[in-house]
Design a protein around this ligand. Sequence first.
Ligand SMILES: CC(C)(COP(=O)(O)OP(=O)(O)OC[C@H]1O[C@@H](n2cnc3c(N)ncnc32)[C@H](O)[C@@H]1OP(=O)(O)O)[C@@H](O)C(=O)NCCC(=O)NCCS
Length: 363
Amino acid sequence: MKIHAEITGWGKCLPPAIMTNDDLATFLDTSDEWIRTRTGIEERRVSHLGTSHLATVAARNALAAADLDPNELDLILVGTCTPDEIIPNVASAVQRDLGAKYAAAFDLNAACSSFLYGLHYATQAIRTGAHKKVLVIGAERLTRILDWTRRESAVLFGDGAGAMVLEASTEETGLLASHVTCDADARDVLALEFGMSFDRFNFDGIMPFNFVGQEIFKRAVKGMNIAIDKVFAETGLTTDDIDSLIPHQANKRLIDYLAKRCNVPESKTVINIQKYGNTSSATLPIAYAEALEQGIIKPGDTIVSAVFGGGLTCGAGIIKWGQRVTPKQDNQMQLPGTDKSALDLILPMHLATKKAWESRGNE
Ligand SMILES: CC(C)(COP(=O)(O)OP(=O)(O)OC[C@H]1O[C@@H](n2cnc3c(N)ncnc32)[C@H](O)[C@@H]1OP(=O)(O)O)[C@@H](O)C(=O)NCCC(=O)NCCS
């Protein structure tokens, strides 16, 4: 009998500190009007804690929704490009904090496409019998890597995490088809050049963030179109079979384009970019968790998702939802609070980076 990877749990974690577009305009040459009309973003979250904390809360919520003991997990896979440390990985911190003693644990970095990449490989692992119960997480603390003096990129991103539990099942549910790609000729159009090739002995506090928005936009449309065509061809489904669209949240204009392309009305398209900005690998699982909370996903629905990110990675998937759309246990746990505002968290980084750019200019 064919084995499928049913999605039995889902959860999210959004840090409490909110940064509005007007907050950004107090230290950047930007405006609420520019950001809203060009991107659809109104506010984003800024985390006072590391990526692994966000990942663990989202994971606890997903396990609660599935009512699964962490010791039953045999794999924890964290999609992230903002790990707390290079070694050890975020997944091992989640494993420790959940007490999931028997799970293998690794991180995956396909930038904003990481969660769909994770679902793709976790589903294959379950189908082959290699794993039975897998936790897939997308978690990011992007506000720590941004150059807060650069308006073209600083206004786009935010922090957050989301997670799903996948379990082996004989029901035909979960990811029916998925396709993941990488357009490596465009590696440089979205790049944070801060890693082991960086000269750490001459580090002045600037992490060079290369971002060519229009080129990313063009390539993303092309890559997502190819991936969407592939998943429709593989399943034999057409846009008439799709109940809702849950896309990566990078730009409202791109989401509107995808909705037209997939013939899905706005009422069936999950859009939360106005609240959280682009949380990279976390956008997809947060959007799924909210779609379930808001009753957008109904039992047995067929959902299409498409993503893109640095690399330039792209992907699409078609998910057949199961019969359960409510969590088995309460899945609304949150991070511990903070008395710091978003501006308290960001301004020191903005000032230090501004000073570093000024020193470079004076050399
Ligand atoms: C980033 C993005 C919103 C920019 O929108 P755009 O319409 O292409 O805007 P442009 O880059 O052409 O900039 C237009 C003008 O606005 C200015 N501008 C850029 N950022 C600004 C900001 N935050 N506030 C005010 N003005 C800004 C530019 O300097 C430019 O000014 P000029 O015309 O005087 O030169 C858009 O390209 C995009 O969404 N790209 C894909 C998303 C993405 O890459 N996400 C990350 C990967 S998942």
